[in-house]
Write a protein that binds this ligand. Sequence first.
Ligand SMILES: [Zn+2]
Length: 86
Amino acid sequence: MGESKGAEIYGYGPTENGVGLEPIDARGIPTAACPICGERWLMVPVIFDEEDYEIVSWGTEGFCGVCRALVTVCTPEDSLEAQRGL
Ligand SMILES: [Zn+2]
């Protein structure tokens, strides 16, 4: 691995028993849930505002919190409403 910022941060590689697990690569289409298992907890790097602690930005490359598939996560601009020009 190594091309995904999220994967670098979360340290994909050999598992505890020494057997490398290759995650499913489901990147490409921005999504709000894992396209493999439907999980909504997606692990991505985030940046917090240092004063009010709100999330101010996030990386779009991450992985599913359950099945660990690599995913491309959405931004508000990817939403259906944004695409309809609403
Ligand atoms: Zn998943």
